[in-house]
Design a protein around this ligand. Structure first.
Ligand code: IMP
Ligand code: MG
Length: 171
């Protein structure tokens, strides 16, 4: 497999600072809980939360949809439970990427079922030309409909440690 650099470290870093400013302004005076979606969002989450101007409680949830293919299976499975009570709270989901949007749709439903007061969504990458039912409140970059890896995103559990976003090219 060959990786072609698509979004470099500096571009990601600068965008995250602006994104964090926008989120900080919107949540000013409230006390949201951040739910980071494992595994893909762990790198993005670590960078984004350190630029926020408020002190959120942070929890993680692991869901799986893909298996080892590059095409969504459409079947979402929750693998872990939350450890913070979201009832009556404003919740911000942090996810690596919105592709079909089914994972986010599932999580919004789940958090609503737990009684969250509001649920918003922040993704690093927003794939274009998807006709989704869910609203993405914040995103870092809109990207073409192609398979990307790095900065937390994997192909078959590899490439998460790349510091940039790359496109996987089959040789
Ligand atoms: P969705 O449910 O189709 O929106 O897919 C969401 C999940 O699929 C994300 O959390 C990612 O883990 C994974 N995914 C979707 N597109 C990509 C990609 O281009 N590279 C790596 N993982 C992806
Ligand atoms: Mg994922």
């Amino acid at each position: 497999m060959k990786i072609r650099k698509y979004i470099d470290e500096k571009t990601i870093e600068e965008r995250i600072i602006r994104l964090a400013d926008e989120i900080s302004a919107d949540y000013k005076g409230s006390d949201p809980i951040i739910i980071s979606v494992l595994k893909g969002a762990f790198v993005f989450t670590a960078d984004l939360i350190r630029k926020l101007k408020f002190m959120p409680k942070i929890d993680f949830i692991r869901v799986e949809s893909y298996g080892s293919s590059t095409v969504s299976s459409g079947k979402i499975e929750k693998k872990t439970d939350l450890s913070i009570d979201v009832k009556g709270k404003d919740v911000l989901i942090i996810e690596d990427i919105a592709d079909t949007g089914l994972t986010i749709q599932y999580l919004i439903g789940y958090l609503n079922s737990l009684g969250a007061r509001s649920v918003k969504v922040c993704v690093l990458l927003n794939k274009k030309e998807k006709n989704r039912k869910v609203r993405i409140d914040y995103y870092g970059f809109e990207i073409e409909n192609q398979f990307v890896v790095g900065y937390g995103l994997d192909f078959d559990q590899k490439y998460r440690n790349l510091p940039y976003i790359g496109i996987l090219e089959k040789e």
